[in-house]
Design a protein around this ligand. Structure first.
Ligand code: DMJ
Length: 673
């Protein structure tokens, strides 16, 4: 007999093994005698021909195999039992979900002391995080188990199938263990905060699935249950009328398309994970796996798709440990990269993700400052996870460039930047609201994400807050609410966007991370103002923009609303800041304020057939004029922050381990503080 292994190309190389068979074995030569008696005789003859040593070895091997067989049979029984139990768990009905104990996704390493070169920026004295009255957080640190999609092949009766399943389970457990055993998203200094030319080499793993020191799950409370209920109501509308589309139109029971990428579904993934909505999550995951396609001839906005899609996929990857989400994140990340091919390296606002082309809006070659400076957390994290430096390099370059630009006013930036010249345009107008807001937010958050080492970011942040204090802070009448106005060519305007209400949360986060204690004082004053933007309005919901009264007038409140500004888009900023304030102070009033807001959303924006809608008139409780649109950030941000605000578990997205992007998607801090 001869065995042949052919070579793939070139003249075939032949390897031969020759085996000489005895006459009895030469099948076909003398006919095929397979009688039982013949076989028995033949075996016995062979056995007798063996030496004593050979016979002993064979007997020993038989005995050994028999013992192994008995042992594995016993342990298989145990494993089978546990599979069957898990399978029962999986069969829990939807109705039972609210009773599920919450699981905690956090798993990063214990906070370490940061070693920032603080001396480089002498005006900044980093303080110890203030010892604030802390939130009571009961037995904390539970874990959310990775969705058990691989564990569904359960209840079978035949033993062979059971064995197959055990093999399957073993594989899954091994994969899970390799995730679990990883101790955090720590990045070495040379991989994280150095200039982009320093290569990021090793791809990183997800931040979590379970923690090492598993603690008792913290039960969810009534208010959190109300958030879950609200989420499910919103999700029902989306599922029934807009599944796989960008946004739900709950009144017309249809949908609107922006990028055609299932925006609401992706934005909501990590919220479902955090809320423990396993079945909804699984269903959405399937859509991502089977239907989410980025190879489409469609123009997307770089900023919006980064914060919602890339951010959402990355955080879901971290929470679930499911590589599907990282694969999708890589795909969209790569497709967004053409935006950076501009003369100045300041990215264009729009990218065609199918064609790989990018362009500014039709009427200008400017980009919005907040947009080009609020994509960094996501692209930096993508580099860290993939080991591919190009993402981080592109966005770091933008920050470095903006750092050096003139045209700022005590750290405050204009709203536009030109993609050809790289210079600010429309100089002289300064706001913490639309078009500039998240520039400030991302200065602080990148500094925290990178382990508090990138001093230019901190420097720009601290200067900007000083700029806010100097130019934009005022007090209203009659309640003397501290608010952040705007400056236009030297003229102060008492106008404040609801968007500015991210600021108290950001200030509090900075103070928690050792920045000036007066930032916390300012945060406390501003969150009161943001709350009053709700409380002083007829529906108890804030309008998009308010104007504060600077002079006391009889019968006038602090807050004035212009007809064009009285809509509410279900925005998250105030609830977001309430969440930070509660986490850092433990003052229950913040939870109570959030609870009022949730009730008012339910009262005025909830659509009975499913979903919530933005409204046109917050001043008219009898007809708030529904606009027929549920923005994706209502599920991505507003309800998530509500749920976290009502939680007393500081380990439910621990703020020393995670940093939220501007769309409320938590990403790991590389070197926890
Ligand atoms: C979200 O997309 C983000 O929070 C962004 O930073 C601002 N606008 C909306 C929410 O209001």
């Amino acid at each position: 007999a001869a065995m042949y292994s052919g070579a793939a190309a070139g003249p075939p190389r032949r390897d031969f093994i020759s085996v000489t068979l005895g006459p009895e074995e030469a099948v076909g030569v003398g006919g095929y005698n397979n009688s039982k008696a013949w076989r028995r005789r033949s075996c016995w003859r062979k056995w007798k021909q063996l030496s004593r040593l050979q016979r002993s070895v064979i007997l020993f091997l038989f005995a050994f195999l028999a013992v192994c067989g008995v042992i594995s049979y016993t342990s298989m029984g145990e494993a089978w039992k546990s599979i069957t139990n898990k399978s029962l768990d999986d069969q829990r009905t939807e109705q039972e979900i609210p009773r599920l104990k919450l699981a905690n996704p956090a798993v990063l390493p214990a906070p370490q002391k940061a070693d920032a070169n603080r001396g480089d920026y002498p005006e900044l004295s980093l303080q110890k995080p203030p010892k604030l009255p802390h939130v009571r957080h009961g037995p904390s640190n539970l874990h959310i188990k990775a969705p058990q999609r691989d564990m569904r092949l359960k209840t079978r009766h035949d033993t062979m199938r059971a064995v197959e399943e055990l093999v399957e389970v073993d594989k899954v457990e091994k994969t899970e263990k390799s995730i679990i055993s990883w101790r955090g998203a720590v990045i070495e200094p040379d991989q994280s905060t150095e200039p982009p030319s320093n290569k990021i080499t090793e791809p990183e793993k997800p931040s979590s699935v379970e923690t090492e020191d598993q603690k008792e799950p913290v039960p969810i409370n009534e208010r959190q249950l109300a958030v879950i209920e609200a989420f499910r109501h919103a999700w029902k509308g989306y599922k029934d009328f807009a599944w796989g589309h960008d946004e739900l139109k709950p009144l017309s029971k249809s949908y609107s398309e922006w990028f055609g990428l299932g925006l609401t579904l992706i934005d909501a993934l990590d919220t479902m994970w955090i809320l423990g909505l396993k079945e909804e999550f699984e269903e959405a995951r399937k859509w991502v796996e089977n239907d989410l396609v980025f190879d489409k001839n469609v123009d997307v906005n770089l900023f919006e798709s980064t914060i919602r899609i890339l951010g959402g996929l990355l955080s879901t990857y971290h929470l679930s440990g499911d590589s599907l989400f990282l694969e999708k994140a890589k795909d969209i990340g790569n497709r967004l990269m053409p935006a950076f091919k501009t003369p100045s390296k300041i990215p264009y606002s729009d990218v065609n993700i199918g064609r790989g082309t990018a362009h500014p809006p039709r009427w200008t070659s400017d980009s919005t400052v907040a947009e080009v400076t609020s994509i960094q957390l996501e692209f930096r994290e993508l580099s860290r996870l993939t080991g591919d430096e190009k993402f981080q390099k592109a966005v770091d370059e933008v920050m470095k460039h903006v750092h050096t630009l003139s045209g700022k006013n005590d750290g405050l930036v204009p709203m536009f930047i030109n993609t050809n010249s790289g210079q600010f345009t429309h100089l002289g107008v300064y706001t913490l609201g639309a078009r500039a807001d998240s520039y400030y937010e991302y200065l602080l958050k990148q500094w925290i994400q990178g382990g508090k080492k990138e001093n230019e970011l901190l420097e720009d942040y601290m200067r900007a807050i000083e700029g806010v204090k100097k130019h934009l802070l005022q007090r209203s009448e009659p309640k003397k609410l501290t608010f952040v106005g705007e400056l236009a060519h030297g003229h102060f305007s008492a106008k404040m966007d609801h968007l500015v209400c991210f600021l108290p949360g950001t200030l509090a986060l900075g103070a928690h991370n050792g920045l000036a204690a007066d930032h916390m004082k300012l945060a406390e004053a501003l969150i009161e103002t943001c709350y009053q933007m709700y409380a002083q309005v007829e529906t108890g919901l804030s309008p998009e923009i308010v104007h504060f009264n600077l002079h006391a007038q009889k019968g006038h409140k602090d807050v004035e609303i212009k007809p064009a500004d009285r809509h509410n888009l279900l925005r998250p900023e105030t609830v977001e800041s309430l969440f930070y304030m509660y986490r850092f102070t433990g003052d229950k009033k913040y939870q109570d304020w959030g609870w009022e807001i949730l009730q008012n959303f339910n009262r005025y924006t909830r659509v009975p057939t499913g979903g919530y809608t933005s409204i046109n008139n917050v001043q008219n409780p009898s007809n708030p004029e529904p606009r027929d649109k549920m923005e994706s950030f209502f599920l991505g941000e507003t309800l998530k922050y509500m749920f976290l605000l009502f939680s007393d578990d500081i380990d439910l997205i621990n703020l020393d381990k995670y940093i939220f992007n501007t769309e409320a998607h938590p990403l790991p801090i590389w070197v926890p503080a």
